[in-house]
Design a protein around this ligand. Sequence first.
Ligand code: MN
Length: 157
Amino acid sequence: MGKQVHFKCRDYVWDGVELIGYKPAQGNADTFKNVSRQNIFMHDEDMDFDSRYFECGKDGFTTLEKHEHVHVVVVMRGKGKVIVGQKVHDVSDHDLIVIPSWAEHQLINTGDEPFGFICTVNAKRDPFGLLTRDEMDELLKNEEIKNCAKVPAGYFN
Ligand code: MN
């Protein structure tokens, strides 16, 4: 038997792909809300990247974070705001966002439907990093970011 080549998708769940939590259990659960994850392609001996499908449910958002590795994000469903560095982008179906190295970023569902996107990263990458209080204060001086950024109470714990 060769490797599985066709993974049928039904309602944004791929056959044979496990629906899991956004971050590993060790992660700080207070930095994000209502996000699911499917590892739709993980690197192997032939390919050196990982593609993950994330979905933010109603009022859901990812961690406001930064790190060295780059994200290539393609929106699959719903509507959201994406903070990238000093800018906020309104995105919808099939929009493409490329998040550069070390740019602060967060993806936020702003609609009533789930906000889903495929995010591709290098297989070999640094872990995500939270912002310090000083970095957060600096970022939130930007009014547009302040108005949409989600920073749960437990963020700095
Ligand atoms: Mn990230």
